[in-house]
Ligand binder design. Structure first.
Ligand code: AMP
Length: 378
């Protein structure tokens, strides 16, 4: 079988690597060069988009901000999974909020803004502090403003007005700030026949707004059930096929949806070593109409993102239970260059190994990660 992935980054690369044993070939559409490439050698174009669509049995996406004309072309071929609409929902916070409302999925109180009048209404309707997020193309905390006191409203509105006037389709979602105790996410897959399998919830830590550590949560049956119910409702409503991630805020015993990603997700990278079938293999299985693989926790595992570094100490690479995944990218400050999966035979061994690897990682790029691990594991 041949799969075309829209987007030629590390997610397409890891899909290709994961599914080769099932004799499935993955090509990727590079939205920058507008060429179809081998995701393991993206510098060598293979063909153009039309030829890529023609030779694919199935088309899917590694990110939600795919140009709508490209989505329409792929959908017209009858090969796109998940649907163009599901991908668009993930790329527009207004559509996302509408889906959450339809599915009665708990989330922060919010208000949609497209004018100064809406902005004033939001301030009155939602008590401060509020967070204002761009509806389109916002990720990793970009395109966001925090309004803590009314005195700052005029300055923030000026900034937002400039931002939204650059794109007539742009809008803002204002949300009440949620006093969460932690951020968790659920990654799961839905098959063509509607079967749902979810991985264990993952606890997520961010450094400067970017995910830096994800740890599989083995023992949270109540939260797992809550999250799985939300996953099932949302994916059923969209008739979704493939892997989808839901990010949640935990407030007491309740999970509030923050956002959804209609694709494999950084907080699911640990499944490469933590489960018998990774999120990448399960996504390709789902969109190809194959049975889903096991999503059970095979071994306690955590993932550490490598941000802005292209080498690691040899001693870290040589540790038992450590697997390093590089993305083949050129080094740039803060860029996601790869990740490290750390596993143990039980939680105690995992924590011991996390403490050991944290000692070995350089201070410069890993300072926040090191102090997070020290706090979590001691
Ligand atoms: P997002 O791009 O929506 O994932 O937001 C980036 C980060 O901002 C999240 O990971 C949270 O730490 C924080 N954040 C977003 N929305 C809220 C909210 N409603 N209340 C509190 N913190 C939030």
């Amino acid at each position: 079988m041949n799969v075309l992935v829209l987007g030629a980054g590390q997610l397409a690369r890891m899909m290709a690597l994961s599914i080769k044993p099932l004799n499935i070939e993955v090509l990727a559409y590079d939205v920058g060069s507008k060429q179809v490439v081998n995701p393991l050698a993206p510098q060598h174009p293979v063909c153009d988009l039309a030829a890529g669509i023609e030779r694919a049995d199935v088309i899917t996406a590694e990110f939600e901000h795919v140009a709508h004309d490209v989505l329409a072309l792929c959908e017209a071929s009858g090969k796109l999974k998940p649907s163009a609409q599901a991908i668009k929902i993930g790329g527009d916070r207004r559509l996302e909020k509408a889906l959450l409302t339809t599915c009665d999925a708990a989330n922060a109180k919010h208000h949609i803004i497209s004018s100064e009048q809406d902005f004033q209404t939001a301030i009155e309707a939602l008590s401060l502090p509020i967070i204002l997020k761009s509806a389109l193309e916002g990720y990793d905390g970009k395109g966001q403003w925090r309004l803590k006191s009314k005195e700052d409203a005029a300055t923030i509105w000026q900034d937002i007005e400039r931002f939204i006037s650059s794109n007539p389709k742009q809008g803002i979602v204002a949300e009440q700030m949620v006093p969460f105790s932690r951020e968790v996410s659920l990654v799961g897959a839905r098959s063509v026949s509607g079967e749902v399998k979810t991985y264990p919830l993952t606890e997520n830590h961010h450094t400067d707004g970017v995910l830096s550590v994800s740890t599989a949560l083995a023992d949270e049956p109540q939260l797992q059930q809550q999250a799985t119910e939300v996953f099932t409702r949302l994916t059923q409503e969209m008739e979704y096929v493939g892997v989808l991630a839901i990010e949640f805020f935990q407030v007491g015993d309740q999970l509030l949806v923050n956002e959804i990603a209609p694709r494999v997700h950084n907080s699911g990278h640990w499944t490469q070593q933590g489960c018998d079938c990774s999120q990448f293999a399960n996504h390709i299985r789902a969109v190809c109409g194959l049975p889903l693989g096991s999503t059970e926790l095979a071994r306690p595992t955590a993932m550490i993102n490598i941000l802005g570094e292209d080498t690691l100490p040899q001693a870290a690479l040589g540790m038992d239970g450590v697997n390093v995944h590089w993305y083949g990218k050129e080094k740039r400050a803060g860029r996601k260059m790869g990740h490290i999966n750390v596993s143990g035979k039980d939680q105690a061994q995992l924590e011991q190994r996390l403490l050991t690897i944290a000692q070995l990682l350089p201070n410069e790029s890993f300072a926040d990660i090191k102090s997070y691990i020290a706090k979590q594991c001691s």
